[in-house]
Design a protein around this ligand. Sequence first.
Ligand code: SF4
Length: 87
Amino acid sequence: MSVLPNAVKTSEGVSVNGFLLSPVVEQCSGCDRVRQFEEQEFCSSYPNPGGKWAGGQCNFATHIKNQSAAAVKVNPLKASKRAAKGR
Ligand code: SF4
């Protein structure tokens, strides 16, 4: 796993470019954006991974992309109606 670039340890926690970071959450496990720093894991894209998952699935997660894309695209009923109408 890659190391988190520009990370520094401050008295308030781990910080990158002035932003305090929270460690990744359980759902992030397997995502390519997870980075390691000081025995903890952080997201290279979001300072607060827990917040990304609070409203549902993280839209930047690399490990579940295919599932979410499939869930959004495939609605067989609508697809067959559209096909029947010829558009
Ligand atoms: S991109 Fe999303 S799933 Fe991946 S590590 Fe960051 S917050 Fe977690």
